[in-house]
Design a protein around this ligand. Structure first.
Ligand SMILES: C=CC1=C(C)c2cc3[nH]c(cc4nc(cc5[nH]c(cc1n2)c(C)c5CCC(=O)O)C(CCC(=O)O)=C4C)c(C)c3C=C
Ligand SMILES: [Fe+2]
Ligand SMILES: [Fe+2]
Length: 364
């Protein structure tokens, strides 16, 4: 049997014209609240552990790696691998990696700090609309939960919600799973809000221009000129591409649009995919192998950038700026620079605001 639909949310003061033919300001017992016509914008990112200790890391990895959109292997095969091997061995070392990039002031992962800052900055941008638009944020894994933040938007009178998965390139492992969570929350409601999902922005000129300008600014601050700039995207198993996921093609298009803007020769501007997990083949070329091969081939100065991440996180701060720097310097490279993500910088906010304003058309 499926769960019964829950009772309606707690009362919100009734607007004066809410009930046709009823005395103004009253509501017959048992009738639902009329909503107040506000619009919710929900920025959704991936999620991060609550702390770096073994159990917090285990909880986070269990939720993440139990997601069928992330790991498509048959459950019969995956369950023992996950529970007996990965969740025993990975939380310790990964917790130490997280500890090396932790925001100790706010006691949270940088992904959470930056996503909150993006939501607060966007809310300030919409302040001119009064209280018409409410901005909130949530995470696919861990806290704050998407279902809770959708409920919070409804409780504030939002009857329309724009969900914005914060990924410029679409992958089922990121965008679809975030949307599944939105739809799962709605599936438990009798009276659903109207929903829009913002599409990916991998080839949006505002995004490409923002990445280019941010890269140029970061490069200008270096005291060396890189011989190679490596553009690294998070990888996925190659099988996902073969099954029809557009992620690879969208990454390649972003890369190509950036390369056209820089106009550098192919050897100077390269593409790679990072964060391979497990033994299956992932999208190639791999970032770690590329960095090592560049150093071994005699390249002495390089920079690396990750335009697929809207916020700096473990994968950029630890894996690119830490691990890959180490591969480069350990194999003959001399100067290595990591160029930061757009984050909540004015350019980063231009990109998010442009997407949100476009997708709110007709509502605002
Ligand atoms: C094992 C399968 C994984 C797939 C497929 C995957 C796709 C994918 N991930 C991101 C963005 C991020 N991933 C992050 C961390 C992370 N990713 C995986 C695994 C897969 N990701 C794991 C197990 C982890 C946790 C760390 C680890 O144990 O290695 C993060 C960082 C989160 C943070 O807290 O800082 C991001 C962001 C994308 C964009 C993507 C597919 C396109
Ligand atoms: Fe990942
Ligand atoms: Fe990683």
């Amino acid at each position: 049997m499926t769960d019964p639909l829950p009772a309606e949310r707690p009362p919100v003061p009734l607007p004066a014209n809410a009930l046709d033919g009823q005395a103004v300001g009253t509501r017959p017992a048992g009738h639902p609240n009329a909503r107040s016509g506000r619009i919710g914008v929900l920025l959704m990112n991936l999620g991060t552990p609550e702390a770096t200790d073994y159990w917090s890391m285990r909880r986070y990895l269990k939720e993440f790696l139990s997601d069928r959109r992330v790991i498509e292997t048959s459950r019969l095969i995956w369950w023992p691998i996950l529970n007996l091997i990965i969740l025993t061995k990975r939380p310790g070392p990964k917790g130490r990696d997280y500890a090396s990039i932790w925001n100790t002031e706010q006691n949270e992962g940088p992904l959470k700090t930056i996503t909150r800052n993006q939501a607060e900055s966007l809310a300030r941008d919409f302040a001119h609309l009064g209280d018409r638009v409410v901005v909130d944020w949530s995470m696919r894994y861990g806290l704050p939960r998407t279902a809770d933040r959708i409920q919070a938007l409804l409780d504030q009178g939002c009857d329309r919600i724009l969900a914005v998965p914060l990924y410029p390139q679409y992958a089922a492992a990121t965008v679809a799973t975030a949307c599944d969570q939105v739809f799962a929350a709605l599936a438990r409601m009798r009276w659903q809000p109207s929903i829009r999902i913002a599409p990916p922005w991998h080839d949006d000129p505002v995004y490409i221009e923002a990445i280019e300008a941010s890269m140029r600014e970061s490069l200008a601050k270096l005291d060396f000129e890189p011989e190679v700039v490596l553009v690294s995207f998070h990888g996925v198993p190659k099988e996902y591409l073969d099954k029809g996921d557009p992620y690879y093609c969208q990454c390649v298009k972003t890369f190509r649009l950036l390369r056209d803007r820089f106009g550098w020769p192919a050897e100077r501007f390269r593409l790679s995919f990072q964060s391979r997990f497990g033994n299956a083949e992932w999208l190639r070329p791999y970032t770690d192998e590329t960095v090592t091969a560049l150093a071994k081939s005699g390249v002495k100065r390089m920079a690396i950038v990750a335009p697929g991440f809207t916020a700096d996180c473990l994968e950029t701060l630890e894996e690119l700026d830490g691990e890959n720097r180490h591969y480069f310097e350990g194999n003959g490279g001399e100067r290595f620079a990591y160029l930061p993500c757009l984050n909540d910088s004015p350019r980063g906010m231009d990109v998010i605001r442009n997407v949100v304003e476009r997708e709110l058309k007709g509502w605002v």
